[in-house]
Design a protein around this ligand. Structure first.
Ligand SMILES: Nc1ncnc2c1ncn2[C@@H]1O[C@H](COP(=O)(O)OP(=O)(O)OP(=O)(O)O)[C@@H](O)[C@H]1O
Length: 239
């Protein structure tokens, strides 16, 4: 997954906002990246451009070697369905479906086979196998988010994007979610890109990118809480 000179301008004329300024970054396959930076620094915009949810104003985004910026809406939708998984702060599970059915949904939509095996394997990995028959309202927030992560993984995407996946969770549930994401990177070689405000979440990543005013201003490998705090203090503030 690679961004090259990606800029994003919202609106036009006097009210135009440049949310990203010529951002370039290559996300290594099988790596776990956390994107941090203060409110309004462009984190969500970066994620949305990388995931093909928003078109950059200029620059290119490639997923598995394919330049996605030239694709039609229909082709983009297909790419998102096949190659990209999403995890949101608000879980976004379908309330009428059980955990197992929610996880299997992307495979059913893509008419892929071998559904029970893949779903069962993910349920065990996420330590929710005993809860597979429950509906979302019968699960805790942390359990719902682990269902959502399984759903994001089920079609074996090239990249999983997570926007504040622990934002609605207490710290213990947040840790369970991050442990699961770390394991899928280490065990399955999944590429994960996550946005967070929380240094305790970002320490689980291999690399922390710090955004400021729409630019990547720092990259911290093997992040520690101290290194992240320093990076945010030095680079994260607007003057
Ligand atoms: N749809 C939009 N129309 C106009 N401006 C927008 C739009 N979306 C975002 N922006 C602006 O672009 C800039 C970057 O926003 P973005 O949501 O990417 O930041 P963020 O770092 O994710 O912030 P937060 O941490 O508050 O979610 C901000 O100045 C924001 O006001």
């Amino acid at each position: 997954m690679r961004l090259e000179d990606v800029s994003k301008v919202y609106g036009g004329g006097a009210t135009a906002v440049t949310a990203l300024h010529e951002v370039s970054h290559a996300f290594a396959s099988g790596s776990f990246t956390a994107v941090m930076g203060q409110s309004g620094s462009g984190k969500t915009t970066l994620l949305q451009c990388a995931a093909g949810l928003t078109r950059p104003t200029s620059g290119t985004v490639s997923v598995a070697g394919v330049d996605v910026t030239g694709l039609s809406e229909a082709e983009l939708a297909k790419l998102r369905g096949r190659r990209i998984g999403f995890v949101f702060q608000s879980f976004n599970l379908l309330p009428a479906l059980t955990a197992r059915q929610n996880i299997a949904l992307p495979l059913r939509l893509a008419r892929k086979g071998a559904i029970p095996d893949r779903v069962a394997e993910l349920l065990v990995r996420a330590r929710i196998a005993g809860l597979a028959g429950r509906r979302p309202h019968e699960l805790s927030g942390g359990e719902q988010q682990r269902v959502a992560i399984c759903r994001a993984l089920v079609a074996e995407p090239d990249v999983v994007f997570a926007d504040e996946p622990t934002g609605n969770l207490d710290s213990a549930s947040g840790r369970d979610v991050m442990t699961l994401l770390r394991e899928v990177v280490d065990d399955l070689g999944q590429t994960v890109i996550l946005v967070t405000h929380d240094p305790a979440v970002a320490v689980h990543a291999d690399r922390v990118l710090i955004l400021s005013d729409g630019r990547i201003v720092d990259a911290i490998d093997a992040p520690t809480p101290d290194a992240i705090a320093l990076g945010l203090a030095v680079n994260g503030r607007r003057e």
